[in-house]
Write a new protein. Structure first.
Length: 315
């Protein structure tokens, strides 16, 4: 019997693709960023058919035991292609996949790997068990045949330490929150590269569907204080400096918070708030207007409840 998700994939895929279209395929191009370390850049755009949902950055590290990945993309199809590229690059199997947080552009590729190789914090495992399947229908609706065969796979390894040494390469594991309720940053100590997940964005506007801004600020402070030389953001280009991308992310969320609070105080509605001007310093930041509009929908009802007391209960 066909599952609902398989039916969605078939119907949407058939509608989206010409009859003679070639099979969908992801172009995965690793860029060297350090000794035995590569970045696979995601598209600086929303999840859409044109990119197959491949918008998150993925990191590949070579160890004596095999390849280590940080995040694994949006679908089974992506995970399979990523695994083939990583294993060819390193010359050995993928032995570890770290998941940084719950968002589907980072985790659904786990379906292509041995569950025991896939690792996450206890908090993230609990969240994925509770909420992960709920993202699946939405991804099938957005991406159709790109998602064919994809089912959420719960990580088989629960991280219980603040570091792992794999094949002679040491990875610091920093459990935080703010972008989501359970975020993981990974520090490759061999190169001093901080792989920050979506706690850090670079020249791409931060997304906020599960954000807690005070917790996010505290996590950025923690990350900035770590001894590191360069930063891999969850989205956007590699930052060869320790702090530029971290500072830009902090600047955006501080501006966003102030702007939306002021908009509520001025009596603007959500449509007006989403059309507010974006400062010139963010003019080059990809998806800025798109993420401002999304953030209005994420934060505005709560801000209105906090900042605009009901007149029938005010004293």
């Amino acid at each position: 019997m066909l599952s609902r998700r398989l039916m969605l994939a078939g119907m949407l895929g058939a509608a989206a693709l010409p009859a003679a279209a070639a099979p969908l395929a992801y172009a995965i191009v690793p860029e060297p960023i350090g000794e035995g370390l590569w970045l696979v850049r995601g598209a600086d755009a929303p999840i859409e058919m044109a990119n197959g949902g491949a918008i998150a950055n993925i990191t590949i590290a070579a160890t004596d035991a095999g390849a280590v990945l940080v995040d694994c993309g949006p679908s089974l199809r992506y995970g399979e292609a990523l695994r083939a590229v990583a294993e060819k690059l390193v010359g050995k199997p993928v032995v570890r996949v770290y998941l940084t947080h719950l968002h589907p552009d980072h985790v659904y590729g786990a379906a292509a790997f041995d569950p025991l190789a896939v690792a996450a914090t206890p908090q993230l495992v609990d969240i994925l068990k509770r909420d992960g399947a709920g993202f699946s229908d939405g991804m099938y609706r957005l991406l159709g045949d790109w998602m064919r065969g994809t089912e959420l796979r719960i990580p088989g390894t629960v991280l219980a330490s603040d570091h792992e040494t794999i094949g002679g390469r040491d990875f610091g594991l920093i459990a935080l929150s703010g972008h989501s309720a359970a975020d993981l940053a990974v520090l490759d100590r061999r190169t001093g590269t901080l792989i920050a997940g979506d706690l850090v964005f670079h020249d791409r506007a931060p997304s906020t569907p599960h954000a807690d801004l005070p917790a996010w600020r505290a996590s950025l402070d923690r990350l900035k204080a770590l001894p590191h030389r360069a930063t891999v953001p969850g989205h956007g280009p590699f930052d060869p400096t320790p702090a530029a991308a971290i500072d830009q992310t902090r600047d955006w969320i501080d501006w966003l918070d102030r702007t939306l609070r002021d908009a509520v105080a001025e009596g603007l509605d959500m449509a007006e708030a989403g059309n507010l001007p974006i400062p010139p310093r963010f003019a080059h930041v990809a998806a800025a207007r798109y993420e401002l509009e999304r953030s209005v929908s994420h934060f505005y009802p709560g801000l209105e409840a906090d900042l605009l007391p009901r007149i029938d209960t005010a004293r």
